[in-house]
Ligand binder design. Structure first.
Ligand SMILES: Cc1cc2nc3c(=O)[nH]c(=O)nc-3n(C[C@H](O)[C@H](O)[C@H](O)COP(=O)(O)O)c2cc1C
Ligand code: SF4
Length: 470
């Protein structure tokens, strides 16, 4: 594969990008019908890189089908990147914002949208600068004629990246997930939403037919892949990866490794091989005990290091690809301590719209904290943990508590000797890192220090959050 997402050879200007073949995909896409364009992306098999691996073409077709004459459809670029252990979207935007915006313009053509929103965090200053400059250059070159492209800066909350919460933020609200998915209930609608901040325009002269304004929300990397597919074709894209997981992907590797890494690789290569090659393997004198694929999938034990990094490969190993952010833990770690960090993170980031989620994650976190502190184990603490985990997803609006349920349970079940140690009252490490990555440069990851960087009511702690380098 000759051309890639250009992580290692950043484009400084739109002219550089265009000189390397950039924008050819957009030119080609605009000469196609929606149906042909969606079919092309479907043939290539582009799957969402935001975590769920949902086929992009299927999402676009649903939005197209749901859009009626009185609707304005939108494309939203999800550049919120809040998953622990993940830095890929920021690395991509830093090097090549053009491919991301090009992909969004292609998606807009596919669904007939006139409005595109790129949404990221206000703290991602470098990326914001790159996106804004790219949009201005595209505008100056005439690529945005008839289109409105907006850049939205959101707050530093994990839920910002949840697609319905992202729509709330674009509308000026807090990142609180909705009940209805973006393809059915989009942006600036005039129809009723069941639940939070319903927006009904019942003013005299208001629209007779409520609009639902369906939205395509795609991850930033997904859209860059679309640009590559439109430039080079479906066969070119499928020449990398596997039949179920075509194309390249950007992996992030941090944790107990010799160096932090963010790199583009073809899907399908064994996880252990990537950790060795890109991150130098385990720290001196240590061996890899477990790997988290972000905090949305069950843990992989050392046996999972042979699994191919693909949707089906990591799925068969009992985990998932997620957003390809791999957090490595070595044999110096106890997985109950890791479970505590995960549960604490998810509890703090839970928005509290659903009691079972906010309070259930608190219950699990409190029990795990007691174990890590080496407090005498409460009667049937394991049974209590299991019951709390089983109930945490009840009436949940979003996937966050399912993440808690799957990942925490896997950490407790997969490492019985670690659990036995904590049940015996041997205290652990309350500060095992769950990397919230600020930056990765030259093999060094800059991490926000924690815990606790934020209180469970989302207020920030008073003292400035120190940074650590690993
Ligand atoms: C709690 C939570 C956090 C999420 N954070 C992100 C994120 O930071 N970036 C992202 O692209 N998707 C994130 N997602 C997934 C999005 O909801 C959505 O599936 C994705 O943007 C769809 O794009 P894709 O189909 O291109 O992957 C998150 C989901 C959940 C439940
Ligand atoms: S499940 Fe949790 S994070 Fe999701 S909306 Fe409900 S309370 Fe908020």
């Amino acid at each position: 594969m000759s051309s890639t997402l250009a992580l290692t050879e950043p484009f400084e200007t739109l002219a550089d990008y265009a000189a390397s073949g950039g924008l050819d995909g957009l030119r080609r896409a605009r000469a196609m019908t929606s149906e042909d364009l969606i079919a092309l992306v479907g043939e290539a098999g582009v799957r969402g890189r935001g975590g769920a691996g949902f086929p992009a073409a299927r999402k676009w077709a649903s939005v197209l089908a749901e859009t009626s004459d009185h609707d304005d459809s939108f494309v939203v670029v999800n550049a919120a990147e809040g998953e622990p252990g993940t830095f890929k979207d920021r690395a991509l935007i830093r090097a090549n914002p053009y491919a991301v915006v090009e992909g969004a313009l292609i998606a807009a053509h596919a669904i007939g949208a006139r409005r595109v929103v790129v949404a990221t965090k206000a703290i991602y200053l470098e990326q914001l600068e790159r996106i804004r400059a790219a949009v201005l250059e595209l505008h100056a070159d005439g690529w945005l004629a008839g289109l409105e492209v907006e850049v939205v800066e959101g707050p530093d909350h994990y839920l910002l990246g949840e697609e319905t919460a992202l729509l709330e933020v674009i509308e000026g609200e807090d990142p609180l997930p909705r009940q209805i998915p973006p393809y059915l209930y989009g942006l600036y609608t005039t129809g009723p939403q069941l639940g939070w901040s319903a927006g009904i325009d019942d003013s005299p002269g208001g629209p007779a037919t409520p609009s639902s304004n369906p939205v395509v929300v795609n991850n930033a990397e997904t859209l860059a892949h679309v640009a590559l597919v439109c430039r080079h074709g479906a066969d070119w894209y499928r020449a990398q990866g596997t039949s179920e997981s075509p194309g390249p992907t950007i992996v992030t590797i941090t944790g107990d490794v010799r160096r932090a890494a963010v790199a583009e690789v073809p899907l399908g290569r064994p996880l252990g091989e990537l950790i060795d090659e890109l991150a130098g393997g385990a720290r001196p004198g240590r061996s890899i005990k477990a790997v988290l694929s972000g905090v949305a999938n069950p843990v992989l034990s050392a046996a999972g290091l042979t699994a191919p990094v693909s949707y089906e490969g990591l799925g068969a190993a009992g985990s998932g690809l997620g957003s390809a952010g791999f957090i490595v833990y070595d044999d110096s770690r106890n997985m109950v301590d890791v479970a505590y960090q995960v549960s604490r993170f998810l509890h703090v980031e839970s928005c509290g719209q659903c009691n079972s989620c906010k309070l259930g994650t608190l219950d699990v976190t409190t029990l795990l904290e007691g174990l890590v502190r080496g407090e005498p184990a409460k009667v049937d603490v394991v049974g209590h943990l299991r019951r709390a985990l089983a109930g945490v997803t009840q009436s949940a609006r979003c996937y966050l508590p399912t993440q808690e349920q799957r990942l925490v349970a896997s950490l407790l079940d997969g490492f019985p000797e670690d659990l036995a140690e904590r049940l015996a009252g041997i205290p652990g490490d309350l500060d095992v890192p769950l990397p919230k990555i600020i930056d990765i440069r030259d093999g060094v990851a800059e991490l926000a220090a924690g815990p606790p960087y934020k209180h469970p009511d989302w207020t920030l702690r008073d003292t400035p959050v120190a940074l650590t380098r690993r």
